[in-house]
Design a protein around this ligand. Structure first.
Ligand SMILES: Nc1ncnc2c1ncn2[C@@H]1O[C@H](COP(=O)(O)OP(=O)(O)OP(=O)(O)O)[C@@H](O)[C@H]1O
Ligand SMILES: [Mg+2]
Length: 255
């Protein structure tokens, strides 16, 4: 991050309930252009729902979400389509098309959404697959891959349009240590070399330290604390301390 920090995502006063369950009760969070922000929080604290709100897959009950300065909450599907061209998402579950090959899954945003020709698409898709360590797997189908490999295909797909912002929902969960390292390095490389802004949800505090400029900790529907990893580790807020110490001692296990 350099220069004057520019807000690329502003989450303002977001409320969301599913029936009687209030998941977000006034979430406030700003994400700066060029940063890697990690969202932490217990299981069920609303991390995945927050990412879905940022790309308009879940509508908040109230509040606004400014993406590149525009509130996306009131947008219809057509408006959201434009937004999603600039924001890549890696979902918690890989969310691949089972009937499409790995190549076709990764190419999908280019061919189906942007209508690009296959000559243009092929080298780009193969390069993204190499980035996630899946060079040579382009002819396989999702059912032939391990969960971790499927996840990496989802990652390659999120990167195929070179979006300005990528949201990663637990990108390293279920991967072996060497792939965890590779994915963390990839997030850093995208951030440092292409200036990609990244929002990462993770349970893995070591990965969170490796990749992020700032952490935000969700608690009971709000952002309890936000700051650099060092600031949060030195926090005097008892909840923040307990959360981080707990995660450090269990080395990134489930909450
Ligand atoms: N579409 C939905 N309908 C009803 N409830 C939902 C829906 N999506 C999420 N929830 C509920 O909202 C809460 C927050 O879910 P969310 O998936 O954001 O949690 P999370 O912080 O990502 O948890 P985890 O770390 O386990 O992935 C959960 O209690 C979940 O059951
Ligand atoms: Mg989740």
């Amino acid at each position: 991050m350099s220069g004057v920090a520019q807000v690329i995502i502003a989450i303002q006063g977001v409320y969301k309930a599913f029936g009687a369950q209030e998941v977000h009760k006034g979430v406030e969070l700003q994400i700066y252009r060029g940063e890697v922000m990690t969202i932490l929080g217990g299981s069920g604290s609303g991390k995945s729902v927050l990412l879905k709100e940022v790309v308009g897959l879940v509508k908040p009950d109230s509040g606004s979400i400014l993406l590149f300065g525009e509130d996306i909450v009131p947008l219809d599907e057509k408006g959201l389509f434009q937004v999603r061209q600039k924001v890549g998402v890696v979902f918690q579950s890989a969310a691949l098309f089972d009937s499409l090959s790995v190549f076709e899954n990764v190419a999908y945003p280019l061919t189906e959404v942007r209508g690009r020709s296959s000559v243009e698409v092929r080298p780009r898709v193969l390069e993204r697959l190499r980035w996630v360590g899946l060079g040579g797997a382009e002819g396989k189908f999702p059912s032939e891959l391990s969960g971790g490999m499927q996840k990496r295909v989802g990652l390659a797909r999120a990167m195929v349009l070179d979006p300005e912002v990528i949201l990663f929902d637990e990108p390293t969960t279920g991967l072996d240590p060497s792939n965890v390292r590779n994915i963390n390095e990839l997030i850093l490389r995208l951030n440092q070399e292409q200036g990609t802004t990244a929002v990462v949800v993770t349970h893995d505090i070591a990965s969170a330290e490796a990749v992020s400029h700032r952490w935000a900790l969700l608690k009971e529907g709000r952002v309890e604390s936000v700051g650099s990893p060092d600031e949060l580790k030195r926090s005097t807020n008892p909840y923040v301390r307990r959360f981080i110490e707990g995660r450090l001692s269990e080395e990134g296990g489930e909450s």
